[in-house]
Write a protein that binds this ligand. Structure first.
Ligand code: ZN
Length: 372
């Protein structure tokens, strides 16, 4: 008998090239005073001007967000939301802008700084503003998840903050917005989407609806990421990757991620690796590590992704990393062999317990020595 399971997804999803033009109507149906959240790079680009135009031309804009958003950015944005009396938060960008917006849309109404919820265990109540997400990368799945990955640099804690309040009200997924993504970002975010699909699938809490989306998302990544890397203007490949990221987000948001993501937090925290790159560093290793316990389910995932077995799928991940010229070794990011023991210790985030095969400190030591 299969264990009982639950599936739900409260976010309304609108997908397609040009769908961003529906933003004005969607925002007006949710409130009267929008605030637009984006990052320091995107704020200077035409996409932001177009989005401001769709919002009526004079919406306040907040763009003071680091690549790995901090609890401090969330507090600054929450202050802007209160000051402007905003009742709808529109988030345009990659995972950083979306995660910061989702957290601030709750914390603005709670009156306590973000650190209390992220690093000190305080619980959020149900008050929050509606959020519209518009991703400009294809990977994090943040457009549909209730997860905000935040960094508290003073406490050296980078970890996800998760709450039902953080489910976006509407996701507008427009693949045209991803065509200008640089190759490096395309690779990192694309492999993050694959990691979500694979980890949602092999999570100890896997369930059949998320499994379907995981298998489809994994297949889409292997079909479309090579083309998106070779020609960023290939709209078919971009559309495939936007769909892969969306389905990857839906595939892991209930089962949750596992060892690859547990390891990614100290890797990105200590060596300033982009989130997707930190996941890509260990993804092929964990595919091979978990294979013995996955049995027929593993084979089904490999076949859905276009391979004879998981070993061939792990090889294809390694090939994608080389094609994208991603760093393959931790030493390229400044890691030193004497740091391995403390890295192992820092990798036992609670998500590690979700891994289908038990991971010991000695397993992690082998992994980190192999990729050092
Ligand atoms: Zn991720």
């Amino acid at each position: 008998m299969m264990p009982s399971w639950l599936y739900r997804q409260p976010t309304e999803i609108r997908f397609g090239c040009g769908i961003r033009q529906e933003l004005g109507g969607v925002a007006a149906s949710l409130g009267k005073r929008t605030v637009l959240v984006t990052d320091r790079t995107l704020v200077k680009q035409d996409t932001t001007l177009e989005v401001i135009h769709h919002l009526g031309g004079n919406t306040p804009v907040f763009s003071d967000i680091e690549p790995n958003p901090t609890v401090h950015s969330v507090d600054l944005l929450a202050g802007v939301i209160r000051q402007e009396g905003s009742d709808v938060v529109v988030a345009l960008g990659g995972g950083s802008s979306l995660d910061c917006a989702k957290a601030a849309a709750s914390i603005a109404l709670q009156g306590t700084p973000a650190r209390a919820y992220h690093s000190e265990g305080k619980t959020l109540d149900a008050r929050h503003l509606p959020v519209i997400t518009i991703p400009t990368t294809a990977g994090t799945g943040s457009e549909v998840t209730p997860i905000a990955v935040l960094d508290d640099p003073e406490k050296s804690i980078k970890a996800p903050l998760v709450h039902d309040n953080f489910f976006p009200k509407v996701a507008l997924v427009d693949p045209e917005l991803t065509v200008t993504m640089p190759k490096f970002v395309t690779a990192c975010t694309g492999l993050d989407a694959l990691a979500h699909a694979v980890e949602g699938y092999w999570s100890r809490n896997h369930q059949p609806i998320c499994d379907l989306m995981a298998r489809e998302a994994a297949g889409l990544v292997f079909r479309h990421l090579p083309s998106a890397l070779a020609d960023g203007g290939d709209l078919g490949a971009r559309e495939g990757m936007s769909l892969a990221a969306l389905l990857g987000g839906l595939a892991f948001q209930l089962p949750k991620n596992a060892a690859v993501h547990a390891c990614s937090f100290p890797l990105s925290n200590r060596y300033h690796l982009a989130h997707g790159l930190a996941c890509a560093m260990t993804l092929d290793w964990f595919i091979r590590f978990n294979t013995p316990v996955l049995g027929g389910r593993g084979l089904a995932l490999a076949r859905a992704a276009g391979f004879n077995d998981l070993d061939a799928m792990a090889d294809a991940v390694a090939t994608l990393k080389r094609q994208a010229l991603l760093p393959l070794r931790l030493s390229e990011a400044g890691a030193k062999i004497e740091e391995v023991d403390s890295l192992v210790e820092a990798s036992f985030h609670p998500l590690m317990k979700n891994n289908p095969r038990e991971v010991t400190a000695s397993d992690l030591r082998s992994l980190y020595l192999e990729i050092m």
